[in-house]
Design a protein around this ligand. Structure first.
Ligand SMILES: Nc1ncnc2c1ncn2[C@@H]1O[C@H](COP(=O)(O)OP(=O)(O)OP(=O)(O)O)[C@@H](O)[C@H]1O
Ligand SMILES: [Mg+2]
Length: 462
């Protein structure tokens, strides 16, 4: 049967929307579905009828307020879509909302849907690495398995994503845990210095070499050697490194006798070694020796649940530090607007950048609530994306929520009392959403169980 060509402007726009938006829903100002693309119908496994409330569609019978709030804040949310053929388990769908405005008035939303690449789950601490992301948890299980092996591991991941922590985890989970862990950054040293640092040198090898000095390879004997930024090892040292891997012996600079070594090599790179090989900057034979077990560490922006979780842990770490004997500001909670900004930021510097942003926020602001205005401007800047300050909006429920421009900090920051009220509302909403289950409510809020317990006490709710 031939589909008739669109006749009206509205039909034409709807057809274009379906063509470019992929799985998407168009909602009106009451959060009711006005249009669902065929791809959205396929993803959800149901035909969302026009007029259906989006929170009801996304939450089924569960409490809908957190989802409605997240929609209003324009935050990405993980929604569990009930699909009949999936039974109780359902399927995780990632929802991103884009508020539509006509002047200052919010007239609706576009919800972009995608099958979640890695669903939310209970937070886990694995050898210093925190994560609630399924992709990361799969990585933890792989690390446990390959830690027992002796083969060289190559960790690929963006800067600040935790490659060194992964290397340490591999060491700590191995039978070499009692042995040394030596890390060397191959990008940080000029070639001759790197050679001497890696392989060691014999007395008299060069001016200033007054005694035999072991290098990192020898010092890692019985343990693990971590070669950070391995792609930066100069070509002239690559052959020498390859020989160590092949012979399990190291020859110090100016030395005559090779020294047997028993080390496990873990290396890391933020860029593709294969591309370095293709560009002639890296030896192919060395690449194959180093990447017997390749591990990929996903960037923070691909682990949406980890931002809130890491924020919580990094803040308690920062709070535990004492500066010149004076206690550092103790942040007890993050305002919803600040959390939304953190979750929206793409984090090119990953966890390290998040840690730095939080250290900045702790230093710049006061009081127990970390506010949007405390964050570095490039993260807090509302011009970079549309969202509503829910902490301000929540304290004035009768008002239509207006976008926060960038007022001066004292105006933007709600009174501590208002923030605490917003915090207790968030906690109550999370507890309601999880049927009173505190551990799950804590995970939903991105805080530890102990912190939730403490906050309930402080707010007089526990
Ligand atoms: N999952 C995590 N849980 C807790 N802390 C983390 C996690 N991932 C990274 N960090 C922290 O983030 C910072 C950066 O991690 P790390 O040094 O391991 O990154 P990297 O990938 O080696 O970075 P670079 O490429 O710049 O060397 C460290 O302070 C580390 O403790
Ligand atoms: Mg590193």
């Amino acid at each position: 049967m031939k589909t008739p060509a669109p006749r009206t402007r509205a039909e034409l726009i709807a057809t274009a929307f379906e063509a470019i938006a992929g799985p998407a829903l168009l909602l009106d100002e009451h959060l009711e579905v006005r249009l669902a693309t065929p791809a959205a119908t396929a993803l959800l496994g149901v035909v969302p009828r026009v007029g259906l409330s989006a929170p009801a569609l996304l939450c089924g019978d569960r409490p809908k307020r957190p989802i409605a709030e997240a929609l209003a804040a324009g935050r990405p949310i993980q929604a569990l879509i009930p699909r009949p053929e999936q039974g109780e388990a359902g399927e995780l769908v990632l929802v991103r909302s884009l508020p539509l405005r006509h002047g200052r008035k919010k007239i609706g939303w576009v919800l972009l849907l995608s099958a979640s690449p890695s669903g939310a789950s209970e937070p886990e601490l694995f050898h210093g690495l925190w994560s609630a992301d399924l992709q990361m948890k799969r990585l933890f299980r792989v690390i446990e398995k390959v830690a027992r092996d002796e083969s060289p591991v190559l960790v690929r991941g963006e800067t600040g994503a935790g490659k060194e922590l992964v290397a340490r985890a591999l060491h700590d989970a191995s039978h070499r845990a009692a042995g040394p862990f030596r890390a060397i950054n191959c990008a940080a040293l000029p070639s001759t210095l790197l050679e001497s640092e890696l392989f060691g040198h014999a007395k008299g090898a060069f001016t200033g070499a007054v005694k035999d000095t072991p290098g990192h390879i020898q010092l890692a004997h019985g343990g693990t050697l971590f070669l950070d930024e391995v792609a930066e090892v100069p070509l002239e040292l690559q052959a020498k490194l390859l020989r160590v891997l092949e012979t399990r012996q190291v020859l110090p600079v100016g030395g005559r006798e090779p020294i047997p070594v028993d080390v496990r090599i873990v290396s890391a790179t933020h860029r593709s070694l294969r591309e370095a090989v293709e560009a002639g900057r890296f030896r192919g034979d060395l690449m194959y020796r180093l990447r017997v077990i390749p591990l990929f560490l996903p960037p923070l922006r691909e682990r949406p649940n980890d931002v809130a979780l890491l924020t919580e842990h990094l803040l308690s770490e920062l709070g535990a530090r004492e500066r010149s004997g004076r206690q550092v500001r103790q942040v007890q909670a993050v305002s919803p607007a600040a959390l939304a900004a953190l979750e929206r930021h793409p984090w090119p510097g990953n966890v390290r950048e998040l840690r730095n942003a939080l250290a900045y926020a702790v230093a710049i602001g006061d009081g127990p609530i970390l506010e949007l205005a405390d964050l570095p401007p490039e993260i807090a800047d509302p011009e970079l994306g549309p969202f509503i300050d829910m902490s301000a909006a929540a304290s004035r429920p009768a008002q239509p929520s207006a976008p926060t421009a960038r007022p001066a900090r004292p105006l933007a920051a709600p009174e501590p009392a208002a923030s605490l009220a917003a915090l207790s509302r968030r906690i109550e909403a999370a507890l309601a959403a999880e049927g009173g289950h505190r551990a799950r409510a804590a995970a939903r809020l991105g805080m530890s169980r102990i912190t939730l317990w403490r906050k309930l006490k402080e707010l007089g709710l526990g």
